[in-house]
Write a protein that binds this ligand. Structure first.
Ligand SMILES: Cc1cc2nc3c(=O)[nH]c(=O)nc-3n(C[C@H](O)[C@H](O)[C@H](O)COP(=O)(O)OP(=O)(O)OC[C@H]3O[C@@H](n4cnc5c(N)ncnc54)[C@H](O)[C@@H]3O)c2cc1C
Length: 235
């Protein structure tokens, strides 16, 4: 288990010329010039950002699908990865519980609510130990890992490489940075955004909870960060 019990996230791949590529895609829609000329002749960052914001705000999202980014993710629970893989425009390669046999105590994630309660934390750890023993007994008896894994819990730690285009990245951030999202996937997606923002700070206005883009909250139970849609008269 990682000491900090937190997702570990690294951006491992992204195009070098992200802003210029998105700008070229946007500009091509409204220009008689060849895309390659637009690409080669533009370096004005302000001009590029202005057009990109206009195009994205008008819902012309295909222009941001040209950008693909990949993350190396580890130390997340199966409960968390199960939520992430619901995003259908993402690509995943996840550590297999069929091919990778657990040896000794499997890694697991302790939720903070249990972590901070010493008595419950000890019970949690003891229980993980019992599961591990049972898993090991099955494996030692010749049960294939793909069947022994049936006893492994949602807490079992996992690793994956996850890739997505910029449109899906923004969608993912809008949904999963919302305070209504579960804490672990929220932490994971926050780290993915931070990693990308280190390299591409111009994306900051987009990698936000959906209420920041909408200007209101469309959730049933609002956290109060923004007025609800009912409050501002949207049905
Ligand atoms: C706070 C929260 C609570 C949740 N609770 C539950 C829950 O209780 N139970 C549960 O099952 N899930 C739950 N989910 C998961 C949720 O229902 C979605 O499956 C998940 O968020 C992926 O979102 P998406 O479908 O918008 O995104 P993606 O799969 O990433 O797709 C992006 C967008 O592409 C379009 N799209 C993709 N596929 C199709 C398609 N087949 N047809 C038409 N358009 C498509 C849609 O516009 C979609 O918004 C929850 C999610 C959140 C954020």
């Amino acid at each position: 288990m990682q000491e900090n019990n937190q997702p570990v996230v690294n951006l491992i791949s992204k195009p070098e010329n992200m802003l210029k590529t998105v700008y070229t895609a946007c500009r091509t829609c409204y220009s008689a010039d060849y895309p390659i000329n637009i690409y080669s002749s533009t370096d004005d960052k302000e001009k590029m950002l202005k057009l990109i914001e206009r195009v994205i705000s008008s819902g012309h999202y295909s222009t941001i699908e040209h950008i693909q980014v990949s993350f190396a993710i580890s130390n997340v629970s199966r409960a968390c990865t199960h939520q992430l893989v619901r995003h259908r425009h993402m690509s995943f390669s996840q550590k297999s519980q069929r091919y990778v046999k657990e040896k000794g105590q499997f890694d697991y994630i302790i939720p903070p609510t249990i972590e901070k309660n010493q008595e419950l934390k000890e019970k949690f750890i003891t229980f993980m130990g019992k599961i591990s023993e049972q898993y090991q007994e099955f494996v030692d008896a010749g049960i294939p890992a793909e069947d022994a894994r049936f006893v492994l819990p949602n807490a079992a730690a996992s690793s994956m490489v996850a890739s997505l285009n910029l449109r899906e990245m923004i969608h993912l951030a809008n949904l999963r940075l919302c305070t209504r999202a579960q804490y672990e996937i929220r932490t994971l997606v926050k780290k993915m955004c931070e990693e990308l923002l280190k390299e591409e700070p111009w994306l900051r206005p987009y990698l936000v909870p959906k209420c920041e883009r909408l200007g209101f909250c469309d959730e049933d139970k609002s956290c109060g960060r923004k007025p609800t849609k009912e409050l501002i008269g949207i049905k």
